[in-house]
Design a protein around this ligand. Structure first.
Ligand code: BGC
Length: 881
């Protein structure tokens, strides 16, 4: 965003369904949204108008919202639309002094009248090349088959004005048109429960077509459809399908080239390509002759336009070091990532095997640590053909790694090898900075944890044979994720999987997308993500549609738990119960479960109220569960059964206790935290709550003490061991015991990184008020701890918000930005509340500022929109704890 001093109130950052100028969106009334900026303090929108025109018909107006007097609006749902059509749209926003400014963008709808067929290569074509290899170093035999190549030649009479490729696969696909790669999506079409939906993508290929002969070539590989998925050793047939298939339609000049029996197919020379095992390129293999492709069906009912942003290459990292080791070369990329390695291999002879293994850590002896990968081989293999120099990069796999071990080469330089980072391309939304390098590093690691685990769906980890969409991990990390990136579309896509996995009687699952054959009733805190996530997305992005889409599923879930636990203590459980997973002090299962039952009932009731439902059943149910929780698990002195940090955190964060017990519970929580170190001893469910709850209940300095701690268990301890992502466990590696049990020891799990939310909200102080939705009313309340400065900037749905503070030589400076149409409550921490100034005026005289009250050490004011610069006497640095 540039600061144009002549600009008054203006819309910017236009999105359609949360995407910038998307191709191929659904035709149901799309969300058209804009953000607001202004260089004038107190600038307010009073009305907006959105006009949608159809590009193909000379920009004829197809929808006009008219002038809508709604100062709160930063979005509107457009009209029902025609398929395969480009629309332009313009929003005009008028300010209180009747100045109007506009901005425009476009979007294009997808395809809903498919005629093409699903095709593949003859699945019975299995011969000797699939057998274990005869070479010097045996190639692995995982029972995997080569990817399939499909192609179609066609003629184009004149240069087309417009051409679109609608394409997807059961498996993963990569398309080339006339030798040029189509689009930049990776691991497309992404992971869904393919039995319910297969997302298709839309590519503008106008520039790739040429008059005369054209060739469309597509490779399809197993991917999540027919490859190894999760820790279930069963592969083909056990999950979704047995061999990859393609469906595509190329539209240009009224013609359609669709997949059908006129296509040709063959097996690729690649021996196999699998997400968990890796990829094997055998350059000795001659391409096979083309055969007619096999048509496998023409079911179009499950084809859905992609909702989430695609996976892309988001960065490339050069090697930090390449060192000859006991076993080949060890390459350090300096950062634990999800992705793959691009390698230029030199000095090859036919039949040479170059093997690239991936790991997150090194063993004490400098060798690659792969014990924690379990059965995921995460190994890419190149078998050399005639060429002495080859650049090798797998296409249909990804690994979680910081290190690569390369064997089979006699030379390797840092310039020959690159880490190619993959991840769902969610637009960055937030920045956080402070003057403590360790906390800054923690934030960096949290962001990388998000990047490495948002790969089509939110996964637990990117390295071992798991990589599943575990619901609790996503739920506890969501508030942090929302600050780091715009994840509205990413989660809208995944929530289809969460709903799709719900059992007919209402049980949400533990993982989504659902895996064939895995139908367990989700655990408390896991399954409840089906309620907590829509609610948090609604609060963050202000779009009621997420509640509309999910309310029925939320209701069914709460009613399911209620049906099985009529006495309101959640005891019933089919399948695993994870309680406060990986906690150092375990919390009784029923405490965790009943707390979540109350929370889910409460949020379901609130969601119904937002959508205008009169029925207060779930709010009443929540009140009864809270009462039962207190009667069953809480003593008169406010002790909660199990007496653990997480027990108190759940009770306080979910507001389960009557007012008189709250201070007692807070005191006990503080005691437990203090006695532990002060230290955090929770698992996944407590960890996201500890800093916010301590802060909210008057102990932000204790939250800071936890943040500063460097002994285990703590967030900073892994930095001692050069962590570049968040570990699954507090003690993934210790000086005394070395690596934790390999069966469960990921170095890239984001759940414990859920403290990232408090860096933005607490340390930098950038939050929205408890009842605010879509950042309409900000709450700026920094918690200084012992830091000298901190800042956060967050691109909200309403516009840019920021909070930055510093204290130098006894002077506190605080800069705050509030977007037009929003307000803020600001808490200025100061030793002298009477002496606070805004720019060069005493704060009481400043425009757009109203002093609300003075608390000890704090001046509280209300702000209009605008940019504000406060100075004050700095509070004394925090001494204790
Ligand atoms: C995953 C977790 C997940 C858990 C369930 C683990 O294997 O890695 O992150 O939430 O199982 O307890």
């Amino acid at each position: 965003m540039t600061d144009d001093l002549t600009a008054t109130l203006a819309p910017y950052g236009l999105r359609c369904e949360h995407h910038v100028a998307p191709l191929g969106i659904g035709t149901q009334a799309p969300l058209l949204s804009w953000r607001l900026r202004s260089t004038r303090r107190g600038d307010e929108p009073v009305s907006y108008r959105v006009v949608v025109t159809a590009a193909s018909s000379g920009d004829e107006t197809v929808w006009d919202s008219g002038e809508v007097a709604d100062p709160a609006a930063v979005s509107v749902r457009g009209p029902e639309l025609a398929p395969r059509t480009r629309y332009h749209w313009q929003v005009t926003v008028t300010s209180a002094d009747e100045l109007a400014n506009s901005a425009g963008s476009w979007f294009e709808t997808g395809h809903d009248d498919w005629t093409a067929s699903w095709i593949t290569h003859d699945p019975s074509d299995v011969d000797v090349v699939d057998a274990p290899d005869e070479g010097a170093v045996a190639l692995p035999d995982h029972g995997l088959r080569p990817p399939v190549e499909l192609r179609r030649e066609f003629t184009v009479r004149t240069t087309p004005d417009n051409a679109r490729l609608y394409i997807t696969a059961r498996g993963l696909y990569e398309a080339h048109l006339n030798g040029h790669r189509v689009g930049d999506h990776e691991l497309a079409p992404g992971w869904t429960d393919y039995r319910d939906r297969v997302d298709y993508q839309t590519h503008d290929v106008t520039e790739l077509l040429q008059p005369g002969d054209n060739l469309l070539e597509v490779t399809v590989a197993d991917g999540w459809w027919s490859g190894y998925v999760g820790f279930d050793p069963r592969r083909s047939g056990a999950h979704y399908g047995t061999f990859p298939e393609l469906i595509a339609e190329l539209h240009f000049d009224g013609e359609i080239i669709g997949t059908d029996g006129t296509w040709q197919s063959r097996r690729a020379t690649t021996r196999y390509a699998d997400l968990l095992m890796g990829e094997c390129h055998d350059l000795r293999r001659e391409p096979e002759p083309w055969r007619p492709a096999v048509v496998t069906g023409d079911d179009h009912t499950r084809l859905t336009p992609a909702v989430a942003p695609p996976v892309r290459v988001t960065e490339e990292l050069p090697a930090k070091s390449v060192a000859p080791g006991e076993n080949g070369y060890i390459v350090d990329f300096g950062q634990n990532v999800a992705g793959r390695v691009r390698l230029t291999a030199r000095g090859l002879h036919p039949g040479d095997r170059v093997v690239v293994r991936h790991g997150e850590a090194l063993n004490i002896d400098g060798t690659l640590h792969t014990d924690n990968l379990r059965t995921a081989e995460a190994t890419d293999i190149l078998v050399a053909g005639a060429e002495a120099t080859v650049t090798f990069e797998p296409r249909f796999t990804y690994h979680g790694f910081r290190y690569a071990e390369v064997t089979g080469l006699t030379e390797l330089s840092e310039n020959d090898i690159t880490a190619v980072v993959l991840g769902s391309d969610t637009p960055p939304a937030g920045e956080f900075a402070c003057d403590d390098p360790a906390i800054q590093r923690l934030h960096h690691n949290i962001q990388w944890g998000q990047r490495g685990n948002f790969v089509s769906v939110p996964t637990d980890c990117p390295q071992r044979d798991e990589r599943l969409g575990w619901l609790a991990d996503a739920q506890v990390f969501l508030p942090t994720a929302c600050y780091n990136a715009d994840v509205a579309a990413f989660f809208a896509g995944w929530l289809r999987e969460v709903r799709g996995a719900q059992s007919p009687d209402g049980g949400f699952t533990n993982v989504a997308p659902k895996l064939a054959g895995v139908a367990d009733e989700g655990a408390p805190g896991w399954a409840d993500a089906g309620v907590l996530i829509p609610w948090h997305l609604y609060r963050t992005y202000g779009d009621e549609q997420v509640l509309t889409d999910n309310l029925d599923a939320m209701v069914r879930w709460v009613d399911f738990v209620h049906r099985h636990n009529p006495d309101l203590v959640w005891r019933h459980k089919v399948g695993p119960h994870f309680a406060d997973w990986l906690a150092l002090t375990p919390t009784p299962r029923e405490v965790v479960a009943t707390a979540y039952f109350a929370r889910s009932a409460e949020l379901t009731g609130r969601a119904a109220a937002v959508l205008g439902e009169e029925n207060t059943h779930h709010l009443n149910l929540a009140a009864h569960i809270r009462k039962t929780f207190v009667e069953t698990f809480t003593t008169e002195r406010g002790r909660i059964a199990g007496d653990t940090q997480t027990g108190y955190l759940l009770a306080l964060a979910f507001e389960l206790l009557p007012d008189d017990l709250v201070p007692l519970a807070v005191d006990r929580l503080v005691e437990l935290v203090t006695d532990a170190g002060p230290a955090v001893t929770t698992g996944f469910l407590g960890v996201s709550l500890i800093a916010p709850v301590l802060d909210q209940h008057g102990h932000p300095d204790l939250a800071h003490a936890l943040l500063r701690r460097t002994e285990p268990p703590s967030w900073l301890y892994p930095l001692r061991h050069n962590a570049t992502t968040i570990w699954e466990r507090w003690d993934g590696y210790t000086e005394e015991a070395g690596f934790q049990v390999p069966a469960m020891n990921s170095f890239n799990h984001y759940a414990l990184g859920s403290v990232g939310e408090w860096l933005y909200r607490g340390v930098a102080g950038l939050d929205q008020a408890p009842d605010s939705v879509g950042y309409r009313d900000l709450l700026i309340r920094p918690r200084l701890g012992r830091l000298g400065r901190a800042s956060a900037r967050y691109e909200s749905v309403r516009g840019t918000t920021s909070s930055a503070w510093s204290r130098v030589d006894g002077v506190l400076r605080m800069d705050v930005s509030v977007p037009p149409g929003a307000t803020a409550t600001v808490h200025v921490p100061t030793a002298d509340p009477g002496g606070v100034r805004e720019r060069d005026l005493p704060v009481r005289e400043a425009a757009g500022v109203r002093v609300v009250h003075v608390e000890p050490g704090t001046l509280v004011c209300r702000l209009t929109s605008g940019t504000f610069h406060f100075t004050a006497a700095a509070p004394p640095p925090q001494e204790k704890p």
